[in-house]
Design a protein. Sequence first.
Length: 190
Amino acid sequence: MALSLAGCSIEVDETARPVPENERGQLGEQPTGDEATGSNRVFLLAPAAVDQEARLRSVRRDVPSDAEGILNSLIDGPNSAEREAGLSSNLPDGLELNSARLRGRILTVSVNDVFGELTSDALRIAVAQLVATSNEIDGVESLRLQIDNENQVWPIGNGQNTDRPLTIYDYPGFVESSQPAYPAIPTANS
């Protein structure tokens, strides 16, 4: 038994040795996915089945990485390819970004007052779009959403209202999971 174990061991090189050309680069290469259309993300409303609640889906945008660039891209809504894919936005028409300031890890965003015509459900989704998109901006942990530089009360995912900065955790289940569905458990007949 001792002889069979000795025959399977890997010996350590005494000195450095060059790696043959055909073996180089096999470790550490990063897998590549489909080509992205940008490095920043905004969240749009994904098409939902009749019996399901709407979910937010992230899409890539080729825009400046600052808060203004990313949020203005969200406010502009889906592009033609995204509309053809059934994506939409609950942000109201006429929404304008007045300012976006990052202090600490709180992004304070001021917009004009055009939310009045949204239903309570539509308003929750619109605010969730802003929160989820803001959460993707480097350094941001929460969003304080203002109307014309005045703090407001906003609905969170469970329908309650709050005047504190909003986080992505206030909207559980609003964003589509990027995880694949669990496979079905095999049965004896499978």
